[in-house]
Design a protein around this ligand. Structure first.
Ligand SMILES: Cc1cc2nc3c(=O)[nH]c(=O)nc-3n(C[C@H](O)[C@H](O)[C@H](O)COP(=O)(O)OP(=O)(O)OC[C@H]3O[C@@H](n4cnc5c(N)ncnc54)[C@H](O)[C@@H]3O)c2cc1C
Length: 399
């Protein structure tokens, strides 16, 4: 079925970016909402798996686009890329929202009285045109167009009245770009939990129009009353970074949260370890993507830092201790790990490593340091900072 395929090395990601850049202006602005289906070329970039694992970065993508287009024509695309940055920053200071999602999802999995309906929904057997097709497309390709993700989530929540956490879980298990921030917060946004009271309602007309008449689903909910939640979330400052001593022998640790450390972490390393830890992803397709992208990353790391580089499946305190001892290093440094399973595992490993005299430090990209603190309120306020932020980040804007 799939026309959508994602090769897994940085060179191919850059090539995809290069091919897309000429279309990032007016083509994208006018065509991005239409989903012609998996067999036909859409007007979107399909860069999300690479951005998700930072095989290429938001900054790289935006800079390439703005080298060829002025801001007026590429604004829509740049803003979409910034949505990703916004969601990451928003969740980073509200880790409880991710934790609560995980708890509620696990609870819904144990107690769900909708098991049959959920199985039918995940297998594309509900009998709603479009919805069933997207369920199958997602499972087969690991990707869905943004508009299809919105329609699907809306029908799941408001027409089928299934628990939103299980829909979000279905996406996590199948999307190659599965991401704690973009996925959880987008589902919350559709449900009316993210922007309190504001929901997204999928309608027959909108789907027919933006699928180019492929689907004209019947029986959709006519209204979308926002879901509610009892607990409110508090915001915390972004985690402090531990000082990295670039004179002491160190090992570079690479995780699937950032597969391109050579673009911003400098220093001499005695060794590097690319820990795939694919069990910390949720689905087979994202695990395969990371597994294979990690091999490309290991090769690049080795030739960039000229140090012995090793691939590892594990990412726990014990395996980190073992490898640090083997290479005789007292420091491990890694790219900052945003909210999600990898950050959880490293925060558990940290005190254990410390007991053995090994420090674990993290280095954050200046893009994140710059933009994330602005993700305090809604996206509108955030995007007000966009141009200034891009200039601070050294992105050249065409006039
Ligand atoms: C219910 C739902 C769940 C989602 N789950 C994920 C997820 O797990 N991982 C994920 O990366 N995106 C998620 N998104 C956002 C968006 O759908 C995808 O990023 C986008 O469809 C990827 O396709 P693209 O690369 O062709 O996007 P383009 O339209 O070409 O956009 C370029 C890049 O901008 C970013 N972007 C675009 N739209 C959004 C958006 N609405 N929110 C955040 N970033 C955006 C992505 O990194 C994308 O690669 C979700 C959206 C919804 C509605």
């Amino acid at each position: 079925m799939s026309r959508v395929t994602f090769s897994t090395n940085r060179a191919d990601a850059l090539l995809r970016l290069h091919d897309f850049v000429p279309h990032a202006g007016r083509d994208y602005a006018s065509g991005r909402n239409t989903d012609f289906g998996p067999h036909v070329k859409n007007h979107v970039s399909q860069l999300s798996p690479y951005l998700r694992h930072r095989l290429i970065t938001e900054k790289e993508v935006v800079a390439a686009v703005l080298r060829q287009h002025d801001m007026a024509s590429a604004e829509k695309y740049v803003q979409e890329v910034l949505w990703r940055t916004y969601w990451k920053g928003w969740l980073e200071v509200r880790p409880d929202v991710w934790r609560r999602f995980c708890i509620e999802r696990d609870l819904a999995l144990q107690t769900s009285f909708d098991a049959h309906a959920i199985t039918a929904a995940e297998n594309g057997l509900i009998g709603i045109e479009g919805f069933d097709d997207w369920a199958r497309e997602l499972v087969e390709t690991g990707y869905l167009h943004n508009h299809a993700r919105m329609w699907f989530a809306s029908i799941w929540i408001f027409t089928l009245r299934l628990p939103w956490t299980l829909g979000a879980d279905f996406f996590l298990r199948h999307l190659i770009d599965a991401d704690p921030a973009s996925n959880t917060l987008s589902w919350r946004w559709v449900a009316g939990l993210q922007t309190k009271g504001k929901t997204y309602l999928a309608t027959t007309d909108n789907i027919a129009r933006y699928t180019n008449g492929r689907f004209v689903p019947q029986g959709l909910a006519k209204s979308a009353v926002a879901l509610t939640e009892v607990s409110s979330h508090t915001s915390h400052p972004i985690r402090e970074l531990q000082h990295y001593d670039d004179n002491a022998p160190a090992m570079l640790l690479v995780t699937h949260e950032d597969l391109n450390p050579e673009s911003f972490i400098s220093g001499e390393f005695k060794a590097a370890c690319v820990a795939t830890a694919t069990h910390m992803l949720w689905g087979e397709k994202s695990a395969q993507f990371v597994q294979s992208a990690a091999m490309d990353t290991a090769q690049r790391i080795q030739s960039h830092y000229h140090c012995e580089t090793r691939l590892s499946l594990s990412l726990d305190a014990e395996s980190l201790l073992q490898i640090a001892e083997e290479f005789g290093v007292k420091q491990i440094t890694t790219a900052y790990t945003p909210i999600g399973p990898v950050a959880d595992v490293l925060s558990k490993a940290d005190p254990i490593l410390e007991q053995s005299g090994i420090t674990l430090s993290q280095t954050r990209r200046s893009w994140d340091t710059h933009f994330w603190p602005h993700a305090k309120k809604g996206f509108f306020a955030f995007k007000e900072q966009m141009v200034e932020g891009l200039i601070t980040e050294g992105v050249e804007l065409k006039t």
